[in-house]
Write a protein that binds this ligand. Structure first.
Ligand code: SF4
Ligand code: SF4
Ligand SMILES: [Zn+2]
Length: 474
């Protein structure tokens, strides 16, 4: 056993702050920690120490401070959210929950939503948008979430309110049930100014959906994507992933997504973490496990090395790969860990927000985002050439790719403006995997009804009995 770091963490039983160590054994990385009252806890955080270190080594970001702090730093992280002055990172996206109700009752649910619950009224929602404007530097991005937001008939008014208040980007987190059944409602939220749909999408077979909730099936999800295509709204597919649930379908999900480009702009995997409802504790996977499955299932079309740390707060919070999909279904990855995650950024939060708006809203509507992307792509010309030679081993593919780009880089940029896909994963934390260093740098902040900004992992943090630290606290 070799210790590689120390970690400030929590006891999963009592949520007391405890110190621990990160150590390597048989090439795997673990957190080991001990509570004086509840004993020792050990959790695997990566199956591959080399990959773990590479992610750290290629991540370098200067932080952008939040615009305002709403709480004093008194008790110490994580008990001062927030944000408190110890917080190191501006908001990339604010999550605004407009209801705690849901129509599905899924086996997995981070928010523990049921068919009953309270909805904040419009005056409260207005205050929540004001909190976003107060704390987050421009541009401001909001994800409307829940519960299931489409249960509210006044959702179009909520979106319009955010628009009128100057929120730069509004996306909707939804299970898609109502959007599939009620096309008129999709038209209403589009007219109100929604920018993108963040669609729960756990697989491409009905057996997957049967395991989570009987009311949903694959054809409904496909119907939502087709409807969004008709009205010109981009979709991000959001699979919750668990080992014994749908890990075997991650490659098919990416292939399906690539067949729906440009309407589908991204796939954002969310490995299960232990908050809210979950059927068993067996399904935990690390980011590395997920990337390994992606590489295996896609037979090398995408490689683990194509994923870099996300333009997010911490090397171990997420992984991202940006690919261009050509008309033959070939993938041309634009990211590679050997080139690093972020090139000399002075404002990572702004870049991430531009990235969210640019990739998920559609580059053509957002020239500043588009030019950012082009900049990034131009600067990785060498990378593209490398990737072409490694991923297009068949000579006919090579010829096609060469002929497609016979006008050079300009053709490639044209193709990439429409036919790109962002594949990413976020490794949400729970009381077992918790690292203070990660959450202090979090840029995904839940705005609460009582005017707080709380990092997503803290907002959903529970002890092992399922009692929340912050959610349901008003
Ligand atoms: S997560 Fe951020 S806001 Fe919350 S207590 Fe820690 S430093 Fe403060
Ligand atoms: S929500 Fe959790 S995993 Fe995501 S960026 Fe914040 S701390 Fe990291
Ligand atoms: Zn304890």
């Amino acid at each position: 056993m070799e210790q590689i770091d120390t970690v400030k963490s929590l006891c999963p039983e009592c949520l007391r702050k405890i110190e621990g160590i990160k150590y390597v054994e048989d090439g795997k990385v673990y957190i080991g920690k001990e509570c004086e009252e509840h004993g020792k806890f050990t959790i695997l955080i990566s199956r591959d120490v080399e990959h773990y270190k590479k992610m750290e080594n290629c991540y370098e970001a200067e932080r952008a401070k939040p615009k305002a702090f709403l709480n004093n730093a008194e008790k110490g992280c994580p008990f001062d959210c927030g944000l408190c002055p110890s917080h190191k990172q501006d908001t990339c996206i604010a999550v605004l929950e407009v209801t705690s109700r849901c129509d599905m009752g899924c086996t997995f649910c981070f928010a523990n939503s049921t068919s009953s619950g309270n909805d904040p009224d419009m005056a409260t929602i207005k205050k929540m948008f004001e909190t976003v404007k107060q704390c987050s530097n421009d541009p401001t991005c909001v994800q409307i979430s829940g519960g299931e937001p489409t249960l509210r008939n006044d959702l179009p008014e909520i979106i319009k309110l955010g628009r009128d208040m100057g929120i730069s980007h509004i996306e909707l987190n939804t299970n898609g049930n109502r959007l599939a059944d009620d096309p008129g409602f999709l038209n209403e939220i589009v007219d109100a100014g929604i920018d993108a749909i963040y669609l729960g999408f756990d697989g491409i077979s009905d057996e997957i959906y049967d395991k989570r909730h009987k009311k949903m099936n694959f054809s409904k999800k496909a119907q939502v994507i087709d409807r969004c295509e008709k009205v010109g709204i981009g979709v991000v597919l959001v699979p919750l992933v668990s080992r014994d649930y749908n890990l075997h379908e991650v490659g098919k999900i990416i292939d399906f997504a690539s067949s729906k480009v440009p309407t589908v702009r991204g796939v954002h995997f969310q490995p299960v973490f232990f908050s809210g409802r979950y059927p068993s504790e067996e399904g935990r996977i690390t980011i590395f496990d997920l990337l390994e499955e992606v590489e295996d299932q896609m037979e090398g079309k995408l490689k683990i090395t194509n994923f870099t740390p996300s333009l997010m707060p911490h090397a171990h919070c997420g992984a991202t790969c940006l690919v261009v999909v050509d008309e033959y279904g070939n993938f041309i990855p634009l990211t590679n860990i050997s080139l690093g995650a972020v090139e000399s950024t002075s404002d990572i939060a702004r870049k991430t927000k531009n990235s969210i708006m640019g990739r998920w809203k559609g580059m053509d509507e957002s020239s500043s985002c588009c030019s950012k992307e082009v900049e990034v792509k131009s600067s990785c010309c060498t990378q593209k050439l490398e990737i072409k030679s490694s991923c297009c081993s068949k000579s006919d593919q090579e010829n096609k790719l060469n002929s497609d780009f016979s006008n050079g880089w300009a053709d490639f940029i044209e193709l990439s403006k429409e036919n790109y896909l962002t594949i990413s994963a976020m490794g949400f934390q729970d009381a077992w995997t918790y690292e203070q260093d990660r959450v202090e740098n979090c840029c995904i902040h839940v705005v609460t009804e009582n005017g707080k900004f709380i990092p997503f992992c803290n907002y959903n943090l529970t002890n092992c009995k399922g009692e929340y630290l912050y959610r349901n606290a008003g």
